[in-house]
Design a protein around this ligand. Sequence first.
Ligand code: DGY
Length: 323
Amino acid sequence: MSERSKVFVTREIPAAGLDRVVAACDADVWKEPLPPSRDELLRRIAGCEGVLSLLTEKVDAEFMDAAGAQLKVISNFAVGYNNIDVAEATRRGIRVGNTPDVLTDATADMAFSLLISAARRMIECQDYVRDAKWKTWEPLGHIGVDLIGRTIGIVGMGRIGMAMAKRCHGGWGMRVLYHDNYQNKNAEAEFGARQVDFDTLLAESDFVSVHTDLNETTQGMFNAEAFGKMKPTAVFINSARGPIHNQPDLYAALKAGQIFAAGLDVTDPEPISMDDPLLSLSNCVIAPHVASATISSRNGMAEIAADNLLAGLKGDPLRCPVA
Ligand code: DGY
């Protein structure tokens, strides 16, 4: 690490990490609420030895060229890193870090809150009250789907998938199915989870929750065909990455009653277009990609992102390197 390495921090992050970066480096911190434009970003990273990036920044070969050959480390303030061309960074000897673990419970909490909100028609109920339609207690109104003893299908049984399974199995006695390239023996031992093929998961699950990363095989895996294989009473939850579902196909499935409801913390694109017909549906709960937005998660992410950045500048192993 040179005397005070030049770094660019692409957005203000919690002081738990930012203060240490600013103290140790010649840090340029982007303080605007919206991300820098591509041109601005490429200008600001020129000559930097390190960049602390967010999932909103595309970190590709053009980015690395614009930074220059002295770029040593890219520290992503997220567990997901589909915004980064890791192979290209590795080829150039640039280290890449992410922020796992500290957001696992917060993300699973959000996934579960979307599940229960969608299952119990919370958007419709809230609109009903606010639109002054609530006139009496209705024996036949706003009937949702039950949770206890149902089947949760988890796509991607990693850390967050496990935390979701724990909530569903431990709290609500759900049977757990999962679809993953790898067998997760811990999930099988702890929750009696059963690894199944995608079609079986779709056909047998009452709730389908996505916890996989975005890659060429998962992009668009929830399309018309997949929604068509789900139960009409099923609830679809995505708190991973928006492009894993095909949004027009999801709209069509919800509108036609092919599935019961959906809960999304992620959309495609982000932010969702205000013309997107999904916004007209009362059986789709949408949050603005906030699953990790708790005090301890965001502080923890900031600490790890700072550790990764500072270690990479010194040429030390990163606290959380991306494989
Ligand atoms: C991540 O970390 O990948 C989330 O999407 C944002 O916290």
